[in-house]
Design a protein around this ligand. Structure first.
Ligand SMILES: *[C@@H]1O[C@H](CO)[C@@H](O)[C@H](O)[C@H]1NC(C)=O
Ligand SMILES: *[C@@H]1O[C@H](CO)[C@@H](O)[C@H](O)[C@H]1NC(C)=O
Ligand SMILES: *[C@@H]1O[C@H](CO)[C@@H](O)[C@H](O)[C@H]1NC(C)=O
Length: 516
């Protein structure tokens, strides 16, 4: 995750199954949250019924340490919430993992994995997080933290990322050796109480010795329970134009990375669906455009911008990061709760005066624009998130992850993630506004937002021929499934069961395709 560590100033943060085609039961679906102490949401305030795994961010690898294999965390600052999380996790069945790395905490992974002795020291250090404490409860330095697994958040093997990172073309090959040794050490020490091993990864498979994403990463997956794709931080203050933080799909002529692309790229490189978890952003990124993006015709999410990132939400800071100084710059990040508290105060689609909300159909994400100073914010909301969750579900992936647990507003976004497990009465996302449109950058035609307020469509004999009647008990898992009900043809916008199609409910799951 392209995030800050402590300073808040960030620039950016199983064993192989023998049953290859076995479908994941809904119970196996995971909802993974990252929790960070500097987000200032107490562990006691977390709703443990809505997640299956919590990754504690972070234990870090920094060059300041004499031994590159030392995993740094603060026994007081981190230790208290780590203990609280384990306690709450044990009581509620939520798995707690120590996440090692992060944007500024991945500095020495490269030299650790390259050296046999350093790997051994790293593994010994990492195992302390999953060991049971054998010292008295009041001991200041427990010899174990009782966690349920480890999450490796190396950003990124073979691709430096933060300026403080060591990097080598051999990173991914060496990482594989570490994984094999780490998995073996976990299994040797915990033969019955199996410990989890997961990772956070970027939108492309690990980079190979040629500096390009590997075309086959199947050797890696046996060691992980699952990996979480960070399908965000795709465009931001560092980009050449304004654009989406976390696009659902790629748009011709723009940045080639997206949620959809990352799924395809990992699956094509031999990754199993059952071990693929899709990361979502509970935050937006702001940039300063040089044109009035709302007045522009046609409107586009891609516009020229200045190279200075504006201050984001109220918590954004331009203090240099304590662990890796990448400059005194703002991240431009807006937590979802900051967007809700300052801009979308009364409605998900109608901002306060001065701002305009636009839905971008190309990337399937909303954006906000303030004309007075040309501030642009790309973000995710319940509607864009629902599209992503439905995709993960329709593709049979393992689940969803979010960054991070301290950004939400009254669980508004986390509630949408619940759809990954949902089998009936699933929460329905809120509608996009009908007043705005946006276009793809290289297209000459506008893509209007469908309003679907179209009762009284001319009957079209034959259009419903062969289409099954809607059934209250049927699960409609794939979007655009056609059904007939009350003399009309309908198609679903997302996963649904038990929702009756209606011509008057334009915002419901079923969109009216007209009379039969
Ligand atoms: C929590 O569960 C883990 C794994 O089963 C165990 O090692 C640890 O001691 C438990 N900790 C607490 C505080 O219950
Ligand atoms: C990468 O590994 C090869 C083979 O072990 C070795 O010869 C080479 O020196 C390594 N390169 C770097 C940059 O460490
Ligand atoms: C996602 O990617 C696939 C394969 O590249 C492509 O066919 C599809 O149109 C994309 N969009 C969606 C919404 O799946």
């Amino acid at each position: 995750m392209k995030i800050s560590f402590l300073s808040l100033a960030a620039a950016a943060l199983a064993v192989a199954t023998a049953a290859p085609t076995k479908r994941q039961a809904a119970d196996d679906k995971v909802i993974v949250g990252y929790w960070v102490p500097w987000g200032r949401v107490p562990v006691a305030a977390l709703d443990m019924t809505k997640v299956t795994h919590i990754n504690y961010g972070f234990g870090i690898l920094i060059k300041k340490n004499p031994d590159p294999a030392t995993i740094t965390f603060d026994r007081y600052y981190d230790g208290t919430p780590m203990k609280e999380l384990v306690k709450r996790g044990n009581a509620s069945g939520v798995k707690i993992l120590m996440s090692i790395g992060g944007w500024t905490g991945s500095q020495t992974f490269s030299s650790v994995v390259a050296d046999t002795a350093a790997r051994k020291r790293f593994i010994n250090n990492a195992l302390v997080f999953v060991r049971k404490n054998t010292l008295p409860e009041y001991a200041e330095n427990p010899d174990g933290w009782g966690m349920h697994g480890l999450d490796i958040d190396w950003e990124y093997p073979g691709r430096g990322a933060a300026i403080c990172n060591q990097v080598s073309p051999n990173d991914s090959a060496n990482y594989l050796i570490l994984l094999r040794e780490l998995r073996a050490a976990l299994d040797a020490e915990f033969p019955t109480d199996r410990k989890l091993l997961t990772a956070a990864v970027r939108v492309m498979p690990f980079d190979g010795t040629n500096g390009q994403p590997m075309t086959d990463v199947s050797a890696f997956h046996p060691y992980y329970d699952f990996i979480n794709i960070m399908a965000y931080d795709i465009m931001g203050g560092w980009s050449a134009t304004t654009g989406p933080n976390a696009p659902f799909d790629v748009v011709p002529g723009a940045d080639p990375f997206s949620y959809n692309q990352s799924i395809n790229s990992w699956l094509q490189a031999g990754w199993p669906k059952s071990k693929l978890v899709m990361g979502t952003a509970f935050y937006g990124r702001s940039m300063t455009a040089t044109v009035d993006m709302v007045a522009a015709s046609p409107r586009s999410i891609f516009a020229p911008k200045t190279n200075v990132t504006p201050k984001g939400g109220s918590s954004d800071s331009n203090e240099p990061n304590f662990f890796c100084n990448e400059g005194s710059v703002y991240s431009g990040m807006w937590k979802w709760k900051e967007v809700r508290e300052a801009i979308l105060t009364t409605s998900l689609t109608t901002p306060v005066a001065g701002w305009t909300r636009v839905w971008d159909e190309g990337t399937k994400t909303p954006w906000l624009f303030r004309q007075s100073d040309k501030t642009f914010i790309s973000y995710d909301d319940p509607e864009s998130l629902a599209i992503k969750v439905q995709k993960a579900k329709a593709d049979g992936l393992r689940g969803v992850m979010y960054w991070d647990m301290t950004y939400d507003y009254n669980n508004e976004l986390l509630n949408v993630l619940q759809q990954i497990k949902c089998t009936s009465n699933c929460p329905i996302p809120t509608p996009r506004p009908t007043t705005t449109t946006a276009v793809v950058p290289t297209s000459t035609t506008t893509v209007p937002v469908s309003t679907s307020t179209s009762p009284g469509v001319t009957p079209n004999p034959g259009k419903c021929t062969g289409v099954a009647n809607w059934n209250i008990a049927t699960v409609y898992a794939n979007t655009n499934t056609k059904v007939v009900h009350a003399g009309h043809l309908f198609s679903n916008k997302w996963w649904t069961q038990g929702d009756e199609p209606s011509v008057t409910n334009a915002w419901g799951v079923w969109s009216d395709q007209g009379a039969c």
